[in-house]
Write a protein that binds this ligand. Structure first.
Ligand SMILES: [Zn+2]
Length: 435
C-alpha cells in the first residue's frame, strides 16, 4: 500500500532523471518517454567528464568551477599518499600489477576520510609514480553544502525546507547493495543490476515519507554503449529496459502525488568507436624525454592532457601533436568556445582532443585489451556525442521548438523553473519553459 500525500496537502513531486549515455536518437526506441514528453530535444554536454555534474546541478561551465576531469595536477594533493604510492611503485615489478591496484583501491576506499574517494576511488592504469602528483578534483559530493561556491539544486531545496531523495553519483549504499554491486561487476557481469537495485530502493523510500524532489541516475545505457556499441542489439534492449523503469518510477510517484513533473536528460550521447591509438608508442616513447621528470601526460580515453616541466619537451611534443590527423590541440578559440579558459594549469598546460570515433588505448582507465565499442567525451558539438532530453511539465509551454539542442547548463534553470524555486543569478543557462 502506498501513502497518499494529497491528504496532508503536499501533492507535488519533481523527478529529475539522468539517463547516462542516452544518445538523442535513442528516444525513438523509448515509447514511454516519448508518450510523456511535453517537449523533447537534444542536449550538448559541457566539455570534459565530471563537468556534467556542476552543469546540471548549478548551471555552470567548467571554467567557473575548475571541475572538468576526475584527476587534476596537484603535487600536494590530499588523496594519494606519497609513501604508499612510492612503495607500490617499488613492488610493481615483483607482484602482479592488477593485484596491487585492487589492493590500493580497497585501501583508499576503506581508509579515506572524504566520501568521494571512499565511494568512487578506483586505481586504474596510471603509473604509480604519477599518483603523488595528482589529486581527485572533487572533494565533496554534489549533494553536500559547499560542493561549489554557488548554490546547487540541493542547496536550494535545503534552504526552502524541501526534502529530496538522491540516487546519483557516489550515493551511499547499504552493505548488501555494495556486495550485490561487487558480484554483478566481477562475477555475473549483469550491467542492469545497479539500476534495478536503485529503482527498488526508490520504491521503498517513496512509500515512507513525503518528498519534494527525487534524483535518479540510470547507468545501463552508458555501460552497455561502452561495451557493445551504441548501435548494437544489446543497446536496443537497454533503451527499452530503461524506458520501462522510467514508467515504473513515474507510475509509482503518481500513486502518491497528484502533480508529478519530470525532467529526464542524458548527460551525453554515445559515439561508435572505429579506431584506437597508442599515444606512447606512436608519439611519445621515441622522444628523448621522460615522465614525470620532463613532462606528464594523463591519458584519458578521448583526450591526452599534458603538463610540461622542460621547455624543450613542450616544443617537441607540440610539434608532434600538430602533425596528427586523429586529434587536435585545443587552441585558444576552442578553449573559449567550450568555456575551459581555466585560471590555473591544474587541468593541463595542453589538451589534445581526439576526433569522434577515435580512442586512446591503453589509457589510464583501460589497459590494453578489447577496445570499447562506444565512447563519449569528444567535442560537444559532435552529433552522436549529443544526448536526449525530455520534459513532462503539465500546464507549461516551451520557448524553443521541439528538437532544439540545449546546452547542459540549461538543465539547471529549467529544473529550478519547473520545480518552482527562484533561479540563482550565477547560473549561465536559461529555462526552456515559458514564464
Ligand atoms: Zn561513460
Amino acid at each position: 500500500m502506498t501513502a497518499d500525500f494529497r491528504k496532508d496537502g503536499s501533492d507535488r513531486l519533481t523527478l529529475f532523471m539522468i539517463l547516462d549515455g542516452f544518445r538523442h536518437d535513442f528516444l525513438e526506441a523509448a515509447p514511454y518517454l516519448k508518450s510523456i514528453a511535453g517537449w523533447h530535444g537534444k542536449i550538448r554536454e559541457t566539455f570534459g567528464f565530471i563537468s556534467t555534474r556542476p552543469a546540471m546541478c548549478a548551471g555552470v561551465y567548467p571554467e567557473q568551477t575548475n571541475l572538468c576531469f576526475e584527476y587534476r595536477f596537484a603535487p600536494h594533493g590530499s588523496t594519494f599518499n606519497p609513501w604508499l604510492f612510492h612503495l607500490l611503485g617499488w613492488a610493481d615489478p615483483i607482484l602482479p600489477n592488477r593485484f596491487l591496484r585492487l589492493a590500493a583501491t580497497a585501501w583508499l576506499r576503506m581508509t579515506h576520510r572524504e566520501p568521494v574517494a571512499r565511494r568512487t576511488a578506483m586505481i586504474g592504469h596510471m603509473p604509480f609514480s604519477h599518483f603523488p602528483l595528482m589529486d581527485l578534483a572533487e572533494h565533496r559530493l554534489q549533494t553536500e553544502p559547499e560542493y561549489l561556491s554557488i548554490p546547487t539544486i540541493y542547496d536550494l531545496l535545503k534552504s526552502h525546507g524541501q526534502k529530496h531523495l538522491y540516487y546519483g553519483f557516489a550515493r551511499p549504499k547499504h552493505r548488501f547493495e555494495t556486495m550485490k554491486r561487487v558480484y554483478s561487476r566481477f562475477v555475473s557481469g549483469d550491467l542492469f543490476e545497479a539500476d534495478r537495485t536503485m529503482v527498488d530502493r526508490y520504491r521503498r523510500d517513496l512509500r515512507g515519507q513525503r518528498h519534494d524532489f527525487a534524483h535518479l541516475h540510470f547507468s545501463a545505457c552508458d555501460w552497455i554503449g561502452h561495451r557493445f556499441g551504441p548501435d548494437s542489439p544489446q543497446m536496443e534492449e537497454a533503451i527499452q529496459t530503461v524506458d520501462s523503469w522510467v514508467k515504473e518510477v513515474h507510475e509509482q510517484a503518481l500513486g502518491s502525488y497528484g502533480d508529478v513533473r519530470i525532467l529526464a536528460t542524458a548527460d551525453h550521447g554515445m559515439v561508435n568507436v572505429r579506431e584506437h591509438y597508442d599515444i606512447g608508442q606512436e608519439l611519445l616513447d621515441p622522444l628523448p624525454f621522460s615522465e614525470p621528470d620532463d613532462y606528464l601526460c594523463f591519458r584519458d580515453s578521448t583526450m591526452a592532457r599534458f603538463w610540461f616541466f622542460r621547455p624543450r619537451a613542450e616544443d617537441e611534443i607540440r610539434k608532434r601533436l600538430e602533425k596528427v590527423s586523429w586529434g587536435r590541440i585545443m587552441d585558444e578559440e576552442m578553449q573559449k568556445k567550450h568555456h575551459i579558459c581555466f585560471a590555473d594549469n591544474s587541468n593541463g598546460d595542453l589538451i589534445f582532443l581526439l576526433e569522434p570515433g577515435a580512442v586512446l588505448l591503453p589509457n589510464y582507465y583501460q589497459a590494453a585489451g578489447t577496445p570499447p565499442k562506444g565512447m563519449h567525451g569528444y567535442a560537444p558539438e559532435a552529433p552522436d556525442n549529443q544526448g536526449a532530453i525530455v520534459i513532462h511539465a503539465p500546464h507549461r509551454s516551451f520557448v524553443a521548438p521541439q528538437g532544439t539542442t540545449l546546452d547542459l547548463v540549461d538543465v539547471f534553470p529549467t529544473l529550478v523553473d519547473m520545480h518552482g524555486l527562484p533561479l540563482p543569478h550565477e547560473s549561465m543557462g536559461s529555462s526552456v519553459l515559458t514564464q
